[in-house]
Ligand binder design. Structure first.
Ligand code: ZN
Length: 239
C-alpha cells in the first residue's frame, strides 16, 4: 500500500459546527468530533498536534487548569494551531462528590487557569466544559449551564487510559464509532498510546468516509468577554 499523502485526505476535514448552548450538536451521519481531555502535556500533546495538522483536521481540547499552568506555552500552541480549547476543572475532581458551590468553584478555577495561560496571546478558552469522569448531577449541570458553560458530552469513549496496546484502543473505538455512525469521541492527550494510535485512527476515518467536524462556541467567553480578548481577572464570582 502506498504511503498516503496529505492531499489524499481532502475529504476528511468536515464543516465547522458552532453551538451556543449545551445539548445535541446536530451531527449528521458520518460526522465525528475529536476531543482530547486532561492535557496539555509535553511529549504527547505536541505529537497529537502534529498528527492533526498532517490530516488537516481540528479538535477540541478540554484542558485541566493545573495542566495549563504547568505547560502554558503548549496550551497557547494548541490555540495557535486553530483548535478549540475548553476546560475540565482545575485538578480533575469528581464534582459529584462536592457541594454545588464547591463544584462550581472548581469549574471556575479551571477556566481561570486556562484563561491565564492563554492570556499572553490575547486568547481565551471557549465556553466548552466537560465533567471529569463524566461524573455529574442535575444540580451541578444546571449551575454550570447557568454560568454560561456549554457542557460537552461524550458519545464514544475510547477508554484510552486502559493498559492496552494502541491497536486494541484503536479497534474498539472504531467499532463503537461504526455502531453509532457519528459522534463525539473522547481521547486523552496525556497518553503515549493515544498519540501513537491517532495517525491510524485518522487514516481509518478517511478510508471509511467519515468527516472530522470542527467545534466552536458562540457568545464570547464564559467571563462575558470576547474569546479573542478575554481578561482572566474579570468576571470571577467573589464567593
Ligand atoms: Zn478527564
Amino acid at each position: 500500500m502506498p504511503t498516503l499523502q496529505s492531499t489524499q485526505f481532502g475529504k476528511l476535514p468536515g464543516r465547522t459546527v458552532t453551538v451556543s448552548e449545551s445539548g445535541p450538536l446536530g451531527l449528521e451521519q458520518g460526522e465525528v468530533i475529536l476531543t482530547f481531555d486532561d492535557g496539555p502535556r509535553a511529549g504527547t500533546t505536541d505529537s497529537i498536534l502534529d498528527t492533526l495538522d498532517q490530516f488537516g483536521v481540528k479538535a477540541t481540547f478540554l484542558m485541566l487548569g493545573s495542566s495549563a499552568e504547568r505547560y502554558p506555552s503548549l496550551a497557547r500552541e494548541v490555540a495557535a494551531r486553530g483548535h478549540t480549547i475548553g476546560t475540565h476543572t482545575y485538578d480533575h475532581v469528581d464534582l459529584s462528590s462536592l457541594s454545588n458551590q464547591e463544584a462550581i468553584a472548581e469549574i471556575y478555577a479551571g477556566q481561570q487557569a486556562v484563561a491565564a495561560a492563554l492570556a499572553p496571546d490575547n486568547l481565551a478558552p471557549s465556553r466548552f466544559f466537560r465533567f471529569p469522569y463524566l461524573a455529574q448531577n442535575g444540580l451541578i449541570r444546571t449551575s454550570a449551564v447557568e454560568s454560561r458553560f456549554i457542557v460537552l458530552d461524550v458519545d464514544i469513549d475510547s477508554k484510552d487510559y486502559y493498559a492496552e496496546t494502541p491497536q486494541q484502543v484503536l479497534e474498539r473505538t472504531l467499532d463503537r464509532l461504526d455502531e453509532r455512525g457519528a459522534g463525539v469521541v473522547l481521547f486523552h492527550d496525556i497518553h503515549l498510546r493515544t498519540a501513537a494510535l491517532l495517525p491510524d485512527f485518522l487514516k481509518a476515518l478517511q478510508e471509511r468516509g467519515y468527516q472530522v467536524v470542527a467545534l466552536r462556541s458562540s457568545g464570547g467567553g464564559v467571563f462575558d468577554t470576547p474569546v479573542i480578548t478575554a481578561d482572566a481577572s474579570r468576571g470571577i464570582p467573589e464567593n
